[in-house]
Design a protein around this ligand. Structure first.
Ligand SMILES: Nc1ncnc2c1ncn2[C@@H]1O[C@H](COP(=O)(O)OP(=O)(O)O[C@H]2O[C@H](CO)[C@@H](O)[C@H](O)[C@H]2O)[C@@H](O)[C@H]1O
Length: 863
């Protein structure tokens, strides 16, 4: 028998019996069908059981002519796989669609039942009221009123008689009936003037009225004039008059119809409500996607002076041309440029492609090379060199060039990232660091990676924001038992460590005498938890002095024991505190970052940073577009987008003024939202408050000071201002997240005069809400705010438009320089100012771009 297959045993295997032939020797034969995709046939012979002739373990093979070649076959297989994946994806989509449809139908059914039940309740209530009424309703009252004929029904014309002689209307000249039906259900449905009758046994009057359709009780009062003009009434001692309609329609039928009517109304209202919610959600998603697409395009184009591809979107299976301009790199002036490329972060099965000499491009500045992108690529990787065999390389400072590939059959394998952190918004937030832990994690998770967070289980956690909170396990370490709890926060998995030594039951996050000891213990306990739970993260990300010890502990105790795959990334949010611990983390981490380029340059000379610059990078923070979203924000009165920013902000300003008791007037409003510490430029904040008031503006400050002396100082200032400028200044000296949303939306300007600022989030959030930032040119403030008068070119170099006002120095004149221009711009040209609000709102200060930078960094850490 023969057992074989084609193309290195990858295609169409077969097993067939051979027949003895009459040829000389012991020749056997069989017929084999050679498929058109074959370039090679591989086979062995055997006896049908256990004896093989496999050509000394090399197998036999014959090349096949006229079919595909090996490369074509690779493509063919991938194409097949792509088709298969497409089919599976379609089936999956269809299943999801059906499941969604089912969910929708179930929800519809439940809602419909709820509507029906409500309709029933409403009808029952009405019925009860009417029942009570019917008890009081009669056909006539002797000597007061009666109706002719005595038998009547809906739509009949009847004559109602009234004897006013002993009523409050005894002396009225004019007499009117104001009536309705079924307990005044439709309000006034009967109005008529009464005329005097001939009857002599009293003072009888009458009116002819049409009985409303479907009425079974008539309700009325008498008055001395028509509605709105009457002054005297006879309302039957406040009971009104009620008459039974003797021949009204069958009652049950009425109520059935009524219930149905209410049900239809409820259902229609619900449908409209749901449609509005759906439309809004769709619009939110679309706006987010548009912003992301614009940013990614901008990012790809922003490197155009060095490298770009044609087409810009690289598709798997297509051929792309890479353009490179050595003038701006280390290869400037080289006579030859060689292009060295691979895929999937250099892990592609084909390995690196052979180096290719680049040819001059038509534009004169760039050189170019073309590559076919395989179908199983998700990333294109390349570097450039001066010679075929190497020499000087441009590898983008060790990071290499990477361009994402779309539409491939293989997806990037997810990384597992664990943050060890002591703050996390919104459950344990003190400042911006807490925001970043949450929003960076969400952004990386959105890019299909796995993210976990380890946090101390403070007794002061905001548990209301933790979903599915549950006990996870417990372990012993450091002489105590540590309970681990698990929960979901903003869609992120969080492990909470609760050592039984009470370290985190102090009622606060920071501020204990032994903070260093508490957090040092936490860091070690977190690593121990990872080890004991068998986690194998790719990246352990620690932050600031509080989880800085992780880096060295990892190196000393864990790298050889089970966590060896992990790399440690350390991020500095603020170098002010814990320099010694930060220095250690700089030394022991694989990569270190801080939260803006400019701050990374500002601290580069610091002795704890300087020796480690080779692994130190500035990556800007972003804000979370779901958490800060004026289109879906429950703390502001009108939801708005750039299209209706003026209307949205006007409503928010009014709500803010009303809430804080400020004058409700159209004045320039400056907002300040900050921790009140030296870093934030306290003397400049104070000065700016007075300056704004001088210029007839309003100021709202939301902030609190960890230092009681500063807090006191501001309490005094608040007292002074609230009496001298109660219309125009409000200092809220507390931490208040909902109020911060209203200030971001209601202010015209957000002032950030920091002395130093690693990144700063408030100016970014301000822009998301269409507020114009006024900032000091330092750290991340410098990188994100571009002065409308002075920074046009600097903004353009980043593909941006100017977006605010800034100043250099740290004295009163310097703040005035920016603040005066800002306020004047507001007074002088509202159209221009409104267009500036719209413009800042359209800029993308989210994680769309920085999350990609972090991923590059994580990959670089793993190299
Ligand atoms: N009284 C109050 N009520 C409600 N909310 C308030 C508040 N006071 C402040 N906030 C909020 O706290 C956050 C402050 O974040 P920042 O980044 O601007 O400063 P912070 O100095 O805390 O952060 C540090 O870490 C971050 C993150 O890396 C860096 O951006 C920054 O430069 C660095 O100093 C914002 O979300 C703001 O809205």
């Amino acid at each position: 028998m023969i057992m074989g297959a084609f193309n290195d045993w990858r295609w169409k295997s077969f097993t067939t019996k051979l027949n003895k032939t009459p040829l000389k020797g012991d020749w056997w034969s069989c017929e084999v069908h050679v498929p058109k995709e074959a370039y090679k046939m591989d086979f062995v012979f055997f006896n049908g059981k256990d004896a093989y002739d496999n050509n000394d373990q090399k197998d036999f093979c014959i090349n096949v002519e006229g079919g595909m070649d090996a490369l074509e076959f690779d493509d063919f297989v991938l194409e097949e796989k792509r088709r298969e994946l497409e089919k599976l994806a379609k089936e999956q989509d269809e299943r999801e669609r059906q499941a969604e449809e089912q969910r929708r139908m179930d929800a519809e059914k439940a809602a419909s039942e709820a509507d029906r039940a409500q309709a029933r309740v409403e009808v029952e209530r009405e019925r009860e009221i009417l029942r009570e009424l019917m008890k009081k309703a009669v056909m006539s009252v002797d000597n007061v009123w009666y109706i002719e004929p005595s038998e009547f029904k809906g739509n009949d014309m009847v004559r109602l008689y009234y004897n006013k002689s002993s009523s409050p209307l005894a002396h009225a000249k004019d007499l009117w009936i104001h009536g309705g039906h079924n307990n005044w259900k439709d309000g006034l449905s009967i109005v008529a003037r009464l005329v005097s009758s001939e009857r002599k046994d009293g003072d009888w009057w009458y009116a002819d009225v049409v009985v409303p359709d479907l009425a079974f009780v008539l309700d009325w009062v008498f008055a001395d004039g028509p509605p709105q003009h009457a002054t005297l009434y006879d309302n039957n001692h406040r009971q009104d008059f009620h008459a039974i309609v003797p021949k009204c329609i069958p009652k049950e039928l009425y109520w059935v119809e009524k219930e149905h009517h209410i049900y239809r109304k409820l259902r229609e209202e619900r449908r409209l409500r749901e449609e509005a919610i759906r439309a809004k959600a769709e619009r939110t998603t679309r706006m987010k996607a548009d912003m992301k697409e614009r940013t990614v395009k901008m990012f790809l184009l922003s490197q155009k002076h060095i490298v770009y591809t044609e087409p810009l979107d690289v598709q798997a299976g297509s051929t792309v041309t890479v353009f490179y301009n050595p003038a701006n790199t280390v290869l400037n002036g080289k006579s030859e440029i060689w292009f060295r490329c691979s895929f999937n972060r250099w892990t592609h099965r084909m390995g690196a492609l052979p180096p290719q000499k680049m040819m001059p491009a038509d534009n004169g500045s760039h050189v170019k090379a073309s590559v076919k992108v395989p179908l199983d690529a998700y990333m294109m990787d390349f570097v450039f060199s001066e010679r075929e065999d190497g020499g000087i390389f441009d590898n983008k400072n060790g990071k290499d060039y990477h361009i994402p590939v779309f539409g491939g059959v293989v997806k990037e394998p997810p990384m597992h990232i664990v943050h060890i952190a002591v703050e996390m918004a919104p459950i344990a937030k003190v400042g911006g660091f807490g925001d970043v832990v949450t929003s960076l994690s969400r952004a990386v998770q959105d890019l299909n990676h796995n993210v976990d967070i380890i946090l101390p289980k403070y007794d002061c956690l905001k548990f209301s924001n933790v979903k599915d909170f549950q006990f996870h396990r417990s372990y012993s370490w450091g002489g105590t038992e540590i309970k681990v709890w698990f929960g979901k926060v903003e869609g992120l998995s969080v492990y909470f460590l609760e050592p039984q030594n009470g370290f985190f039951s102090a009622g606060c996050i920071y501020g204990c005498r032994n903070d260093g000891e508490r957090f040092g213990f936490f860091c070690h306990a977190a690593l121990e938890f990872l080890l004991q739970s068998g986690f194998h993260p790719d990246i352990i990300h620690c932050h600031d002095w509080s989880s800085a010890p992780v880096a060295q502990l990892f190196k000393d105790h864990y790298v050889h024991y089970g966590l060896s795959k992990a790399r440690v990334v350390f991020t500095i949010h603020n170098l002010e505190f814990g320099a010694h611990l930060i220095g250690k983390a700089m030394e022991y981490s694989h990569k270190a970052t801080t939260v803006s380029h400019t701050y990374s340059r500002e601290v580069a000379g610091n002795p704890v940073i300087a020796p480690h610059l080779y692994k130190f990078h500035g990556i800007l923070n972003g804000i979370d577009l779901d958490i800060w979203d004026p289109y879906n924000d429950k703390f502001i009165p009108i939801s708005y987008t750039p299209e209706n920013v003026v209307e949205g902000k006007r409503a928010a300003k009014e709500a803010l003024q009303q809430r804080l008791g400020l004058k409700r007037a159209d004045l320039p409003l400056v907002g300040i939202i900050t921790r009140l510490t030296h870093q934030k430029g306290i003397h400049l904040i104070k000065h700016a408050i007075w300056r704004t008031l001088d210029r007839n503006g309003q100021v709202v400050l939301l902030g609190s000071a960890p230092d009681p002396r500063i807090q006191n100082d501001f309490v005094n200032l608040a007292n002074q201002l609230h009496s001298s400028h109660s219309d125009c200044a409000r200092l809220c000296l507390a931490y208040d997240e909902p109020l911060s949303h209203l200030i971001y939306a209601g202010a015209d300007f957000i002032l950030v005069p920091s002395i130093f600022e690693p990144c700063g989030l408030t100016q970014l959030t301000a822009m998301r809400y269409g507020s114009v930032p006024v900032v000091r040119k330092t750290g991340g403030l410098y990188d994100t705010v571009f002065d409308v008068d002075n920074d046009k070119e600097r903004a353009e170099a980043q593909g941006l438009e100017t977006n605010g006002f800034n100043f250099d120095g740290a004295d009163a004149t310097s703040v005035d320089y920016a603040l005066n221009r800002a306020i004047s711009a507001w007074y002088d040209g509202r159209d221009w100012f409104n267009s500036l609000c719209k413009r800042v709102m359209e800029q993308d200060w989210s994680w769309n771009r920085p999350a990609l930078d972090y991923l590059e960094l994580y990959h670089a850490a793993r190299k």
